[in-house]
Ligand binder design. Structure first.
Ligand SMILES: *Cc1c(COP(=O)(O)O)cnc(C)c1O
Length: 218
């Protein structure tokens, strides 16, 4: 598939949900992709990208940014506190705020740096043992704690369990965001972004449908 195809599918999903054209931000997830593929998407004029590792993002984006103006970079993967400073200096948004220790670290660094990326709180909607994210029952309290720390919380993010109906998780995330007065909803990937848009996604994170399959080297 191609970037333009994904964009037209997003536009169609926006229209079907009676939502304004352009109300959904497409984050092109470039993790692990060869530089030529990322470059091709930059050449097409796209500027919003997602990476799931700080190290990898730091390795390729400074150079791309020198050549392409206006890149908007989103960290969508787990963030260790010892990488928080580097992440904050590199990315425009972090979608994986998932625990109190990370929140307090981000707040301290925000003071020190005088800036903070837009933040999304990751919710473990499927309550999966191995998955990051705050549990749904703890979400309201954690959102309040982040606000008390003056963190710029823009929305919530989730990654539904692979073997479950994603829409149930999207609906739960939308409900949690709504009752906390949060406008941002980071949900929907290659296989389910249209369903996520129907349920209110403001940011979809699409990788393989744009770039092709990821081939991980051992
Ligand atoms: C890799 C990744 C995506 C993109 O997945 P695709 O299925 O390739 O679209 C989205 N969100 C997160 C958190 C990811 O790690």
């Amino acid at each position: 598939m191609s970037l333009s195809e994904i964009k037209s599918r997003i536009a169609a999903a926006e229209a079907a949900a009676n939502r304004a054209t352009g109300s959904v931000e497409l984050i092109a997830v470039s993790k692990v992709q060869p530089n030529e593929r990322v470059e091709a998407v930059l050449e097409e004029g796209h500027r919003v990208f997602g990476e799931n590792r700080v190290q990898e993002a730091a390795g390729k984006w400074p150079e791309f940014r020198e050549r392409f103006q206006g890149v908007d970079l989103h960290l969508i993967g787990p963030l260790q506190t010892n990488k928080a400073r580097q992440a904050m200096e590199l990315v425009n948004a972090i979608h994986s705020v998932d625990r109190p220790k990370l929140a307090t670290t981000l707040a301290r660094l925000a003071q020190e740096l005088g800036q903070c990326p837009d933040l999304f709180i990751q919710v473990n909607t499927g309550e999966e043992e191995q998955k990051a994210g705050i549990l749904p029952a703890d979400a309201d309290g954690f959102i309040q704690d982040c606000r008390d720390l003056d963190l710029p919380v823009k929305g919530l993010m989730c990654i539904p369990p692979v073997d479950e109906e994603a829409s149930l998780h999207f609906a739960l995330l939308a409900k949690l965001a709504d009752r906390n007065g949060l406008a941002g909803l980071s949900m929907g990937m290659s296989g389910d972004f249209e369903g996520a848009i129907a349920l209110g996604a403001t940011h979809v994170r699409v990788g393989s449908a744009i770039f092709g399959d990821r081939t991980y080297s051992a």
